[in-house]
Design a protein around this ligand. Structure first.
Ligand SMILES: [Zn+2]
Length: 465
């Protein structure tokens, strides 16, 4: 792991700015939406006048004041292909950003002002982000606001356990926030679990932030009596949060789980309040559209095919209707906490995690891999699992706890998954169960990967093996 770099922001400037952002939490929703719409107009005008890409693609739409729904969508691929034309500072280029990220000090401001980040992404396609000074200050201030919503301030004993590479947005945000918590221990999910347990026991954090999959690991340590902590709150991010993780955290510590939602190219977008019934969205900094496959908005309460995000603060790299392949459903009711920010009721994973099967009548049936999680978490003895789409069905890779019989676990998993598929009308020819000792975390973000595609290597070995 690279060392965590010092904050590039002045703590007092950040405190002052975040107070402005926090104040918006008290606005009535009407005021928030008026603010958003005014910022959107300014953003689109800026993009159409300062970026060659947008001048060509949205210039006409902006000049005739067309609604956002008519604007073209920006995919990650288009962003990367047209990067040099999209950025509004002629000195910036994809090459310059890549060189900076690959250099000795990627956390330092590029050209003295821009913060940059990259993602390998769960979609397997790389993304780059450039934040100008005010946008970066806003992104960090926004994160502080989200923390305040769940009762975290500078005095809260809070420990983060991730493993992002130092070019990831989460690492960059974490580094900035260290300005307020310089003495917090530096943990990551790739360290030996004994060391993590020891540090947590020693520090007794009130709040732990980590991947949902790692909550499960920690809970196991708690159940075994080795981890003796009492956090009131577990913040999760980066992977899809499933209901079983909330139950696990409640059972282990009586802790609330508050999920968060961050995207490299945009920054921190959403966070749950302590009622924990969906992610409140930072609608003062972004416009969110949950849309179908044809980029038309779907009603609240209906799952979209993707989420489109328009960023309202970043002038260096304007993102208009930027496509994120998450399957998102918006809430139908305001949250009882009183925040003016609307909520995402659920994120059912990513488009890339959708598996396809042949149905009884030869039709194609799509099943999100999350629907297959419960037969696996329900099967006794399963420690880890991962899916791979086969042309004639599905392969499930599992690892099993040592005290269980591998053969019977494998057979139980096969039967449970087959029956789950049958209930949704899928009739795969083959459901194969593969046994491994360990499914390693993948990529520089060390996230748990639910579905691997055919083009990817069969399993990711943990680093150092
Ligand atoms: Zn709420």
């Amino acid at each position: 792991m690279p060392p965590i770099q010092p904050s590039t922001l002045d703590a007092d400037v950040l405190r002052g700015h975040s107070a402005t952002i926090v104040e918006r939490s008290t606005w009535p929703r009407d005021r928030l939406l008026a603010f958003q719409s005014q910022r959107l107009k300014a953003t689109l005008r800026h993009a159409a006048t300062s970026s060659q890409y947008y001048r060509d693609s949205i210039g006409d739409l902006v000049s005739r004041n067309a609604p956002l729904e008519e604007f073209p969508v920006l995919t990650k691929r288009l962003l990367m292909q047209n990067f040099d034309l999209i950025v509004t500072d002629a000195r910036l280029s994809r090459k310059l950003v890549e060189d900076h990220l690959g250099g000795d000090d990627p956390g330092s401001p590029l050209l003295g002002e821009y913060r940059v980040a990259a993602t390998g992404g769960t979609t397997g396609e790389k993304g780059l982000a450039v934040f100008d000074g005010p946008a970066w200050l806003d992104a960090i201030g926004n994160t502080l606001r989200f923390q305040k919503i769940v009762g975290i301030d500078e005095t809260t004993g809070s420990i983060a356990i991730f493993a992002s590479s130092h070019v990831h947005i989460s690492h960059r945000i974490g580094a900035e926030l260290r300005a307020f918590r310089p003495a917090a221990p530096k943990l990551n999910v790739l360290m030996p679990i004994e060391d993590i347990v020891e540090t947590l026991n020693k520090h007794q954090p009130e709040v732990i932030s980590t991947y949902p999959s790692f909550v499960r690991e920690l809970a196991k340590e708690a159940v075994a009596g080795r981890l003796r902590i009492r956090p009131r709150l577990v913040r999760t991010s980066a992977e899809t949060l499933t209901t079983d993780i909330r139950e696990i955290a409640t059972a282990a510590w009586g802790a609330t789980v508050a999920n968060s939602y961050t995207c490299t190219e945009a920054g921190a977008m959403g966070h749950e309040c302590l009622i924990a019934s969906g992610l409140h969205l930072a609608e003062d900094a972004f416009v969110f559209e949950v849309v179908d496959g044809g980029n038309r908005r779907v009603p609240n309460g209906v799952a979209g095919a993707k989420l489109l995000v328009t960023t309202l603060t970043n002038r260096a790299l304007p993102l208009v209707r930027y496509e994120i392949s998450d399957i998102v459903t918006l809430a139908t009711e305001p949250c009882s906490c009183g925040l003016p920010f609307w909520r995402i009721a659920s994120i059912d994973g990513r488009r890339e995690e959708v598996l396809q099967f042949v149905g009884r009548r030869g039709e194609t049936i799509e099943v999100h891999a999350h629907r297959l999680r419960s037969p696996l978490t329900g099967a006794k003895g399963v420690r880890q699992y991962q899916f791979r789409q086969l042309s004639d069905g599905l392969e499930i890779t599992i690892s099993v706890f040592a005290e269980f019989d591998r053969e019977s676990v494998a057979s139980e998993v096969g039967i449970a998954v087959r029956s789950a598929l049958e209930t949704v009308g899928a009739k795969p020819e083959r459901v194969a169960v593969r046994m491994v000792d360990d499914i390693g975390r993948s990529g520089s973000g060390a996230k748990e990967k639910l579905v691997i595609r055919d083009s990817e290597p069969r399993e990711h070995l943990p680093p150092g093996t």
